[in-house]
Design a protein around this ligand. Structure first.
Ligand code: NAP
Length: 546
């Protein structure tokens, strides 16, 4: 099945009132969390801002949006039936197909009826006298529950209001993650794109041929890897469907939650061998060069320099113009120290006659005017459409945009405004019975194949809730000491890498005033899982229970 017509959800399926658990979000994690808690026999409600399921794949419908993970790896592993009943059309499919798949999963597991859609959570307040969370929404509804599980996504709080004068722009202004369902006609238009992250690159390479004129506002250059995206037919489907058991076992235990793992130690290979390995993996056309070539590229300056030079050389071969090389090839940070996007013909876009790269490195965007974008030197670029591919308040933003109050009325926004802390990325001291997925200080905040880590977190949370229920307890809350221990462990590993030296959303440096800390645990997906399992096996040592 590659295409299903899915029914539009009725918006409000469940009334205000008391539940056992509230799950926020109907994306990859939220769907699975509702499925698991319902299977435990809990009365659960899911609350979702969108009108349908999909999370990231519901919101990001900008032109060119597609997987950077192989479709047969970006998967749920809890059901062989679900895995085998969906057939992908290509290795890295586009958003419409992914959204259809999410709807297929929701329908196959009959999950839609557990959610209220078009419903945004405004506040979540812990009532200490009753040991319950009270959640209010923009629809005026109120829900209370023993458990609150946030599945809000780690890249879901868009940075869409960042330039003075945005509301004065007379044309169409859109952030990529709020692209309208009815799309935007770019034909014959003067279009500006701000941002060349993974999103900007996908947009730019897709729309360049449609626009009359495309201006790309470039600040920090990006390393790239060319994507190879073969179509999948029956032979490929049979190949990956036949690997379900193998993949289910291997994927959660690799360094980044993909099927591949590192090729060996950097020092054990000669420069010629390393070159041969890099060439081979480069030609695979996937994220493997970044995530599973040599682990040392994340920590060893020499390894980082060598692989960075390799990629720079590849980019230079395609970008013949020295001005473009200067603008678009990174020089001052290492390959892979922030997210590396896959691309298809992206660099060649800059050679088109209708495309212009505007450097805003030393001449930043100052504001938007009714006509377009004004730079610091006073130049105004007149535009009909401005596309903001400016990214997200990652990891913490989805939660700090909700008024979350824990014990004693403490505010998560204020707490994380001082210091972003969690234990295992799944609980925060001071917020009893609240569990988080895709939150800071877990691999799921950036450095993993998201489905792998989100499922592992949902499984851990479900087991923890089951433990509380089976023990007849009311409350579980990580202690300050356990949280301190996790933060210290996280920081120790992070500070031994080069990732903390590069500015990007990984470090929170894309948001003014955000406390700096590597948002994602970089000790590896498999090792992280082991640490989570140890907590479970210890009977939740370091967690206060009553
Ligand atoms: P991003 O990586 O944070 O990139 C934002 C871009 O906007 C950067 O180029 C940034 O420049 C630029 N920018 C922000 N403010 C600016 C300003 N004032 N002036 C000029 N430029 C400005 O965001 P993203 O591209 O949306 O990607 C976020 C993440 O989403 C990715 O890293 C990836 O994890 C995920 N993603 C995944 C896929 C996929 O799997 N298929 C696709 C898209 C995105 P600076 O670098 O100079 O700040």
């Amino acid at each position: 099945m590659t295409a299903t017509a899915y029914a539009s959800p009725s918006v409000v399926n469940k009334p205000s009132g008391s539940y056992d658990a509230i799950v926020i979000g109907a994306g990859v994690a939220g769907l699975y969390q509702v499925h698991r808690l319902r299977d435990l026999g809990l009365n659960v409600i899911g609350l979702e801002t969108g009108s349908g399921v999909g999370g990231t794949w519901y919101w990001n419908r900008y032109p060119g949006c597609r997987f950077d993970s192989e479709s047969y790896i970006y998967q749920y592993w809890f059901s062989q039936d679900v895995y085998e009943s969906w057939t992908w059309s290509e290795r890295f499919p586009a958003q419409p197909e992914i959204e259809r798949w999410m709807n297929f999963v929701a329908d196959r597991c009959d999950l839609r009826k557990e959610f209220n859609f078009n419903t945004t959570v405004k506040s979540a307040v812990y009532d200490e006298t009753k040991s319950r969370w009270v959640v209010t929404t923009d629809r005026g509804s109120t829900f209370d529950a023993k458990y609150l599980v946030t599945c809000c996504g780690m890249l879901s709080a868009p940075l869409s209001e960042i330039f003075p004068g945005q509301s004065s722009f007379k044309g169409k202004l859109v952030h990529t993650s709020r692209w309208p369902k009815e799309s935007i006609d770019l034909n014959g238009k003067r279009v500006g794109v701000i941002g060349i992250g993974a999103t900007g690159i996908q947009v730019i390479q897709t729309i360049a041929s449609q626009c009359k004129h495309l201006k790309i506002f470039v600040r920090t250059p990006q390393y790239i890897i060319p994507m190879k995206n073969p179509k999948y037919g029956p032979a490929e489907a049979a190949w990956y469907k036949g690997r379900f058991d193998e993949l289910k076992e291997t994927v959660p235990n690799t360094f980044t939650g993909f099927e591949y793992d590192f090729v060996g130690a950097w020092e054990d290979h000669s420069p010629e061998q390393r070159r041969e390995v890099m060439e081979r993996i480069w030609n695979e056309g996937s994220l493997r060069l970044w995530l599973a070539s040599y682990g040392e590229i994340f920590s060893d300056e020499k390894a980082s320099d060598e692989i960075s030079d390799f990629v720079r050389e590849k980019m230079q071969e395609r970008l013949k113009d020295p001005r473009l090389c200067d603008l678009l090839i990174p020089k001052d940070y290492g390959f892979g120290t922030h997210r590396v996007p896959l691309e298809s013909g992206y660099l060649e876009v800059y050679h088109r006659a209708n495309v212009e790269a505007i450097s805003v490195r030393d001449n930043p965007i100052q504001c938007m005017t009714p006509e377009g974008i004004q730079l610091a030197n006073g130049d105004v670029h007149e535009l009909d459409v401005i596309i903001m591919a400016t990214g997200f308040d990652a990891g913490s933003g989805a939660l700090t945009r909700i008024d979350i109050r824990g014990r004693g009325g403490r505010s998560l926004k204020e707490d994380w405004g001082r210091d972003i802390r969690t234990a295992l990325g799944m609980q925060v001291h001071g917020y009893p019975n609240m569990f988080t997925t895709g939150a800071p200080l877990a691999p799921s905040a950036a450095l993993c194949n998201m489905t792998t880590c989100l499922q592992q977190q949902v499984d851990w949370i479900t087991n923890c809730i089951d433990h509380v229920e089976q023990s007849g307890m009311n409350v579980i809350e990580v202690t300050k000491e356990k949280e301190d221990e996790w933060v210290a462990h996280h920081d120790e590993i992070a500070n031994g890498t080069l990732v903390v030296k590069t500015n990007s959303w990984y470090m929170g440096s894309n948001v003014d005033g955000k406390p700096r800390r590597l948002l994602s645990y970089i000790g590896g997906v498999g090792p992280y899982k082991k640490k989570c399992d140890e907590v479970t096996e210890s009977g939740y040592a370091g967690f206060a229970k009553r």
